[in-house]
Write a protein that binds this ligand. Structure first.
Ligand code: ARG
Length: 590
């Protein structure tokens, strides 16, 4: 559906033509002085040079052609040559009614769906999810939902880290602790036990212990590296341990993601790239792209136009170990083969930007990904504590995601006890979970992804200000009004017509609502969830102002009352759609 600003631009453009200024720009924008007008056009200013006329004269001529347009209630030329526009209430209402009739509220979906593979989450098995993985999950999930809303065909792949050194570290540490396990007996030919030789808790203790040891014990580090290579090569005992690790880790990860309302279509990992690695390396060698340097196989990806040093891609160590570049490149082969995507989108910590620059370049050079497939990297900043340093536990350790979520839950729960609007105990718990999730996700998504931000639980969970709970609060308020309306005999069977505004506050709310498709289109085009947050915040504020100035249910004029009800139903639907894309939902009451 044509955006409102574009519609207005078109009308103003006709007037420029009719007045004989067809060459001048007629671009209409939202007014930067909402106290003076709603929309403005500065085309007369630029047209002045072109037509060698004072801008105000041009503006006057154009305004004369616009004066009897039914779409506008006021059009004026203002020195030195601005054209200020106010819409007619009827036109505003008509536009909203058309948006309302469209199932995506006038957003401009893709006509041909884009086949998109998304890579986000990226947890490492055997290591607990920590807050560093939070942003990838939260931003990735939002972009997935946004892309689906825009009609795209999205496959979300969690891309487990299941093939790297952490596996070798665990295997080697396990060997130290329990050398007699059959997995370490090279002569063993029977079937390995179905039961893992460790619990998830033990596993989560083994990894950090092994990792710490490898930093001080060179011998151990070397053995862990070798164990990784043996595992990658498919040594049976190590493969069996690897399977145990996955079997314990994956359900736990799934549970964690479920708590975040984050989901994936595909649970592949780095290890799934294995079958593609050998042929890929052979091909790169044959093409003369990969060569040996200091005992490793590498590929140059620097370009003449580079302004900074882009180091080569590392494809293989001399002992055959696959590296991070290797698995990401081989995974691209698998993705091209399985999905033939138009776009592959990675949502990863921005500190990995160089890695992806290298991978993308190598993928193009080696012919793994054609030019017609877009490769995108969305790098997010760090979540910091109030001290401005990466978020840690009170003791200074890495904060587990689970702990973080339960901290937020209990803080919201505690606060909820002060309120008596939360319903009974059952509802309260569910409501608090919804509020917590909104606090957490909105707190993250309202920042531009690439920026670092400070995690401030008190601020995120506050019911006032630019927060998730504030947005929910306004949605719940509308729900409450509507249910009272129905209880009082109000009819909600036809709420699809939006009427011209009776008051300024109603008008402002309507104007804000018209930006829904415009801002969503922008958020989609720029992969920018923070724009959606900006939209819902503006909308919640506009509703709040309207609510404070308007007697809705007590209104005696039925026409007015209907216009209010229909409008707030649409506000609620748009807000709910937007927060659903952000990745959370509103409770019934709070
Ligand atoms: N597992 C990685 C990490 O924790 C993130 C994976 C990102 N995705 C990728 N295809 N490299 O840093």
């Amino acid at each position: 559906m044509k955006l409102l600003v574009d519609k207005i631009t078109e009308i103003v453009g006709e007037a420029f033509n009719e007045a004989g200024y067809g060459e001048a720009s007629c671009r209409v924008t939202h007014s930067n002085r909402p106290d003076l007008c709603e929309f403005q056009c500065n085309g007369a200013m630029a047209g002045a040079k072109l037509y060698k006329k004072a801008p105000i004269m041009i503006a006057n001529d154009v305004v004369a052609k616009l004066s009897d347009r039914a779409e506008f209630s006021e059009v004026s030329a203002v020195n030195p040559g601005f054209i200020n526009i106010r819409l007619s209430g009827e036109f505003l209402a008509l536009y909203l009614t058309q948006m309302r009739a469209d199932k995506v509220f006038g957003c401009n979906r893709e006509e041909v769906p884009v086949k998109l593979v998304m890579d986000y989450g990226g947890p490492n098995v055997a290591k607990p999810l920590h807050v560093g993985h939070l942003r990838s999950a939260v931003i990735g999930e939002c972009l997935k939902r946004l892309n689906r809303f825009y009609g795209n065909d999205v496959t979300a792949d969690v891309h487990l880290g299941d093939w790297g050194l952490q596996m070798g570290l665990i295997i080697e540490e396990l060997k130290n602790r329990k050398p007699d396990l059959v997995y370490f007996d090279d002569n063993f030919t029977g079937e390995y036990p179905a039961e893992a030789p460790f619990t998830l808790n033990e596993l989560e203790e083994i990894y950090p212990a092994a990792s710490a040891k490898s930093k001080v014990d060179e011998e151990f580090a070397k053995r862990a590296h070798d164990a990784t290579v043996y595992m990658q090569q498919g040594k049976p005992g190590y493969t069996a341990i690897w399977k145990h690790i996955l079997a314990l880790s994956i359900p736990d990860l799934k549970r964690n993601y479920m708590n975040l309302d984050v989901s994936f279509d595909v649970w592949k990992g780095e290890s799934d790239a294995k079958p593609y690695i050998e042929p890929m390396i052979e091909d790169m060698k044959a093409k003369g792209l990969a060569y040996e340097s200091q005992g490793a196989l590498i590929m140059d990806v620097k370009e003449d136009t580079d302004t900074k040093e882009i180091p080569p891609c590392l494809l293989q160590k001399s002992d055959g170990a696959a590296l991070y570049h290797t698995t990401d490149l081989a995974t691209l082969i698998q993705r091209m083969k399985d999905y033939k995507p138009d776009r592959v989108l990675y949502v990863v910590d921005k500190r990995q930007e160089m890695h992806f620059t290298q991978v993308f370049r190598a993928a193009r050079k080696a012919g793994i990904v054609p030019e017609s497939t877009r490769l995108s990297f969305i790098g997010f900043g760090t979540m910091n504590g109030k001290d401005g340093k990466p978020f840690k536990t009170r003791e200074g350790g890495v904060m587990r995601l689970e702990t973080l979520i339960s901290d937020i839950n209990s803080s919201v729960y505690e606060k909820s006890l002060e309120s008596n609007h939360m319903g009974d105990e059952d509802n309260r718990e569910d409501t608090c979970k919804k509020i917590s999730l909104a606090a957490l996700k909105y707190g993250d998504l309202s920042n531009q992804a690439s920026k670092d931000y400070v995690f401030d639980l008190d601020r995120f969970a506050s019911f006032d200000g630019n927060t998730g709970p504030y947005i929910l609060y306004n949605i719940v308020r509308i729900k409450t009004i509507l249910s009272k309306y129905v209880q009082g005999g109000g009819d909600m069977s036809d709420v699809n017509t939006i009427f011209a505004p009776y008051t300024d506050a109603q008008r402002s709310l309507m104007l804000c609502l018209t930006t829904f498709n415009e801002v969503m289109d922008q958020a989609y085009a720029e992969d920018a969830p923070h724009r959606i947050c900006g939209l819902v915040y503006d909308l919640a504020n506009a509703f709040n102002a309207f609510y404070n100035e308007t007697k809705i249910l007590a209104e005696e004029d039925e026409g007015k009352k209907t216009s209010y009800i229909n409008l707030i139903v649409m506000v609620k639907d748009c807000l709910e759609k937007a927060i659903n894309i952000l990745g959370f939902d509103a409770p019934e009451r709070m």
